[in-house]
Design a protein around this ligand. Structure first.
Ligand code: UT7
Length: 333
């Protein structure tokens, strides 16, 4: 018996308040033209006062459970990918676990900044494959607005708040369809493989200048955008090849690219490398901005709910973020 993690459903949540580039330009020395042309961002959602990462996460989780047709009592693993937890501890995942009425299973956070969702996917998939969990709730949730320096125009215009979630369940590969139609391992539904990397030597090109052990303050995002951009283009190109090679697949086999939404120019570069036309790339950066660990599940949920991603489609997820961390996941939806 070979176990595979099938994705049963997804959900997402955005805070109500939406801030356009023009609104931002009233308080920061920037313009809609600069933000759109450099990043593809047109607006971002910002959490209300008193609305926390766990609130966004809980809303996305409830929608994912409903879409999956799963009761919270069936979940035995909750992973929340976040860099902006409600508190230094305990984890946001345990808060969500409690608010879902769960008293069993394990819950913890994964911290890999913008790569958090792909890291979480790797952790959940491996827990499921080794038999330690049967049904996992994986959430990416962030309130990046709380760690932005609103006087630093080079960072504050780029990020937004939001959350997305998926429900994953162990399924016997034969039952999930692999091999049944003559196409072999890659035709069965579920996570085909995950690939994660990090390189701590580039710590200082994207980081937060505070924390419990250093300044005892939360700190603000600091970024050398040009350097991050350069590494993103290179690392994402290589991770995409790694994921395809691991499965004996060709670039042309991919139906949908669901990338981390940091910058449209970075996404265009990956799509070009894959020879994918724009209509096969799920783009939400214009509406959501960069929501860090939440951006992939937000984009995934958008394209599943509007009917673009269909059961059986091959979906490539990829991300790069602070650390540096980067990774990819190939999923047969
Ligand atoms: O989620 C993963 C982490 N993040 C990323 O992947 C982001 C990667 N980097 C990027 O997306 C891009 O580098 C940015 C969008 C951040 C910046 O684009 P860029 O083309 O690399 O611009 P730049 O940083 O080289 O700045 C160009 C100019 C500078 O002025 P000078 O020095 O040329 O006179 C900046 O001061 O643009 C200026 N600038 C702005 N102007 C208007 C920087 N921010 C702004 C702003 N509005 N908001």
């Amino acid at each position: 018996m070979t176990i595979r993690s099938e994705i049963l459903g997804c959900g997402s949540y955005l805070p109500e308040r939406c801030v356009t580039n023009d609104e931002l330009a009233k308080t920061v020395d920037t313009s809609d033209e600069w933000i759109r042309s450099r990043s593809g961002i047109g607006q971002r959602h910002i959490a209300a006062e008193g609305e926390y990462t766990s609130d966004l996460a809980l809303n996305a989780a409830k929608r994912a459970l409903e879409h999956a047709g799963i009761d919270a009592s069936e979940i035995d693993l909750v992973i929340c990918a976040t860099t902006t937890p409600d508190n230094t501890f305990p984890s946001t995942a345990t808060k969500v676990q409690h608010r879902l009425g769960m008293t069993n299973g394990a819950a913890f956070d994964v911290q890999a900044v913008c790569s958090g969702f792909v890291y979480g996917l790797a952790v959940a998939d491996n827990f499921i494959k080794c038999g330690q969990a049967k049904t996992a709730l994986l959430i990416g949730a962030e309130t990046f607005s709380r760690i932005l320096d609103w006087n630093d125009r080079s960072t504050c215009v780029l990020f937004g708040d939001g959350a997305g979630a998926v429900v994953m369940r162990a399924r016997d590969e034969e039952e999930s369809g692999a091999g049944g139609n003559g196409k072999g391992h890659n035709s069965g539904r579920g996570v085909l493989s995950t690939h994660i990397h990090s390189d701590g030597s580039n710590y200082d090109i994207l980081y937060v200048d505070g924390g419990p052990s250093t300044t005892q303050t939360v700190g603000h995002v600091r970024m050398n955008g040009r350097e991050v951009f350069r590494h993103a283009v290179t690392n994402l190109a290589s991770i995409v090849d790694e994921a395809l090679e691991a499965n004996g697949l060709e670039r042309s086999d991919i139906d949908w690219l669901v990338p981390h939404q940091a910058n449209k120019r970075i996404i265009d570069s990956t799509a070009r490398k894959l020879g994918m036309s724009e209509d096969r790339v799920v783009l939400t950066v214009e509406k959501h901005a960069n929501t860090s660990a939440a951006s992939i599940p937000l984009a995934l949920d958008t394209a599943v709910k509007d009917g673009r991603i269909q059961r059986g489609d091959l979906v490539l997820l990829e991300a790069m973020g602070g650390g540096l961390t980067w990774g990819a996941g190939l999923v047969r939806w």
